[in-house]
Design a protein around this ligand. Sequence first.
Ligand SMILES: Cc1cc2nc3c(=O)[nH]c(=O)nc-3n(C[C@H](O)[C@H](O)[C@H](O)COP(=O)(O)OP(=O)(O)OC[C@H]3O[C@@H](n4cnc5c(N)ncnc54)[C@H](O)[C@@H]3O)c2cc1C
Length: 490
Amino acid sequence: MTETFDIAIVGAGITGCAIARQLARYDLSICVVEAANDIALGASKANGGLVHAGYDPAPGTVKAQVNARGCELYGTWAQELGFLFCRTGSMVLGFSDQDRAQLEQLQGNGLANGVPELAIIGAERIHELEPRASAQATCALWCPSTGYVDPFEVAIAAMENAVANGVTFVRSAPVETIEVAPGAGDRSGDGTARFTLVTPAGDVRCRYLINAAGNGAADISHMAGAEEFQMVWRQGNIVVLDKEPRALMPLYPVPTPVSKGVIVTGTVHGNTVITATAAVREAGDTQTYAGDVDALLSGARKLVPDLDTRRVVRAFAGGRPVIKGTNDFFIGQSAVVPGLFQAAGIQSPGVASAPAIAERMEQVLREAGVVLCQRGDWNPVRRAPDDFDRAPLARKEELIESDPTWGQIVCRCETVPEAEIVAAIRRRPGAVSVEGVKRRCRAGMGRCQSGFCQSRVVRILARELGCDPSEVPLEDDGSWLVEGPLKGVR
Ligand SMILES: Cc1cc2nc3c(=O)[nH]c(=O)nc-3n(C[C@H](O)[C@H](O)[C@H](O)COP(=O)(O)OP(=O)(O)OC[C@H]3O[C@@H](n4cnc5c(N)ncnc54)[C@H](O)[C@@H]3O)c2cc1C
C-alpha cells in the first residue's frame, strides 16, 4: 500500500520523535518511518539520560546552540508531555590547579553558549551541594541548569503527543531505497510527492523528507542522492546501580578531547548511573567490555569514593551517531537535494538537545519555503499514564477500585501491576515487545532484571496482541523468547 504525506521523517529516535512533535502543530500530513518495531531502539535507548547544560560544546557550533537551548526547553517539554525531569544542577569536579584551569575554560565556553549561572566553587560548597562528592575535590564548576530524564520516556511521550495530533507512525519499515522525482523540493506548492521511500511495509511518498536516522543517516542521505558522508559508531558502555535512598547529583570529571569522561548521576527513578566510555567500534556493536566497565567503576569511585559498585544491576552499550571528520551536528536542508532535510550526526548531547533540534528544524523548513500554518486544534499536552508505584495511596485505592488488576503486581521490584502493563500495550503507539513494556512502565527494570516477571509479561502481551506467546519478541522483530510448548503445556 502506498501512502502520501507532506512530510516523512525517517527514524523514531529522540530526534525524529521531537521533530514530529514540533511539526504536528502545523496543518501538514506527517509520517514517521522507523526500521525497528518500536520507538527509541537506536542510540536513544542506550545513553546516560543527562540533560547536559551546554558548557561543553565549542562556541559557535550547531551543537553549542541547540544544547543550551534544548536544556532550557526541557522544563516546558516535561510539563506539557508529562515525563519525569529533574533539574538538579551538576558539578564538574577538579582535583588540581590544572583541572581548575580547565574548569575556567569550560565556564568561558558556557558563558559564550548562553548557559546561565555557572560558577567556580570551592571544597566547602561542593560538599554542601553533594555530600558524597570526593573529599579530594578542591574546586568545581557548578551548573544549576543540568538535569536528567529517562531518554526513552521523552521519545515515547513526544511521539504519543505527535500521534494524538494526527502524525502517522509506521514501525518495522526499514527504508531500503529512495526514489526522487525530478524537480524534487521545488517551491511550486502543487502538493506533488517527490520522494518515495521503499520499505517492506509498503511505500511512503512525501513532498519533504527529514533524515533523522541516527547511525543510518549516511545511508538515507546516500539513497536520496544527497550529501555523502560516513558514520562512525562511537560506542559507550554504561552501568546502572541499584536505587539509593537519595539520588546523586550529576558529577562530571574534567572532559577529555572526545568525551565528557566518566559521569556519575542519579536517575529519575533513584538509581545511580555511571556513564559512559567512548571508543570507536564496529557499527552495531552493543557488547559491553570488561575493560570499559572497569574504567567506569574506577572513574566513578574517583568522583564518589563511597559508591558501592557491587550494586550493579545492569551494564549496556550504545553507539553515538558521529559523522566522520566532524564533531558537530548536521542540521539543515541538503545542498544537493532540495526538499531533503538532514538531522544527522546527532551524537552526544542529542538527548539534551532534542527539543531545540526540533525547533531548529522547524526554522530550517520555514526558511526553505515550507508553508507552516498553525492548526486550531493542536494540543501540546500529553497526559502521562498512571504510575502505580509513584501514585499517592488514595489514587492507588481509586485505581484498584476501578479495576482490580491495578492491585495485581506483576513486577515486584518496580511495583508494576497488570493494569499498568495493559495500559502500556494499549497506548498509541503501544508496546509490542517485552522491552517495549519495560521502557513504558518499568516492568523488568528493577534489581531482578525481569527474572520474575518476564514470562508473565509475555503472557499479557500475547493476550492483548491476540497472538501466541511464541510470537512475542523480547525486543525487535525476530527476537523470540518462547520456542514452543514444554511437555505439551503452554
Ligand atoms: C553511551 C551513550 C551515552 C550517551 N549519553 C548521553 C547523555 O547523557 N545525554 C545526551 O544528551 N546524549 C547522550 N548520548 C547521545 C544520544 O543518545 C544521541 O545523541 C541520541 O539518542 C541520538 O538520537 P537520534 O534520534 O538522532 O538517533 P537514534 O536514537 O539512533 O534513532 C535513529 C533511528 O533511526 C532508525 N533508522 C535508521 N536507519 C533507518 C532506515 N533505513 N529506515 C528507517 N529507520 C531507520 C533507527 O532504527 C533508529 O530508531 C549518549 C549516547 C551514547 C551511545
